[in-house]
Design a protein around this ligand. Sequence first.
Ligand SMILES: Cc1ncc(COP(=O)(O)O)c(C=O)c1O
Length: 404
Amino acid sequence: MSALGCEIRDELDKLRTTGTYKQFNVLETPQGPVVRMAGHGEVIVLSSNNYLGLADHPDVVAAGIEGLRRYGAGTASVRFICGTFAPHLELERDIADLSETESALTYVSCWNANEAVIPTLADDRTVIISDELNHASVIDGVRLSKPQRKLVYPHSDMAALREALRSCTGSRRKLILTDGVFSMEGDLARLPDILELARAHDAIVLVDDSHGVGVVGATGRGVAEHFGVLGQVDVITGTLGKALGGAAGGYVAATEEVCDLLAQRSRPQLFSNALPPTVACSARAAVQVLRARPDLVSRLHENTSWFRAALRETGFAPLPGDAAIIPIIVGETARAIELSQKLLDRGVFVTGFGYPVVPEGTARIRVQMSAALEPVHLERALAAFVEVGHESGLLPVLKGGAKR
Ligand SMILES: Cc1ncc(COP(=O)(O)O)c(C=O)c1O
């Protein structure tokens, strides 16, 4: 083996010995409340971002097939070089309407969208001010930027954000970056406070609402709807790979000028293909389902409240939050991985996260809810949690089950 091969093998071995090596589980059926997993049979899914259950929704699937038939596989190049399809523009109109912004621009992922918009808006007279728990794609967007200064404030610490804003004397532009829903904690950004501070200090607010759209707010329009501030956020980024169909794709929703500038300048737009038309069409269908079926959002909220309360009643201590992410802190990484393995052995697919994704000692099982989960799935999953919790010493005393 070459020297490089040996080094890589050592690195991989280290991941295995520290229990942080990640396996791909093979799904043999579409993403849904229950999937057939190779080697495990049917398992209940509590670890996907399929929040509204639209990944295999008949309208979403049919629209994708129709998109493929009508437009073929894709643009075969960048939009400004090779053209765009009508569904791209229609989807962007739908996303802008959903976000209550003037305009929107799609990318092949929200990862790309964040790496596009942050460096484009942050010029050399900009100060970027970012929450410490922002998603990796926001962090990488900051890394790619060349602003005047980069500041990071402790998670949701509004006094620290105020201080950071006050320190920005002499900068032309201040750009506050926050996740709408923090993906590892499941908590919401303190958006009204952030907007108030931004107004007071003439700053721009960018919210990555990937885990918020389709999930929070009475009709699933995200954190801005949840807090009654729709239309007040300067820039929203989001994904089409979670609640909105689950395929892939991301977007920036903002003013016409910002979206136009992104189309002219942002590197992932200028040097990368457009969304495949299958994805644009199925995402459009997902947005239509979201608009037509607010009951799916209510169902997601009910499932989340029920499961969170049932976990508490049985002795677990999930982190509080208003989104569909329910983390249970278990301590060490190896423990989180062991628990998720034991749950999988009992037919419940839920992922354990440890260091370096979350700080050392705060490894967790991250439960994610879906509107597609039926009461019977939730009850079976809860029973497995109680058994595993008891067996692993996480629940010293069983207090009995909760009924739905
Ligand atoms: C907050 C947040 N932003 C961005 C992304 C990236 O989304 P995509 O899969 O569309 O690249 C994710 C995905 O995990 C996310 O959780």
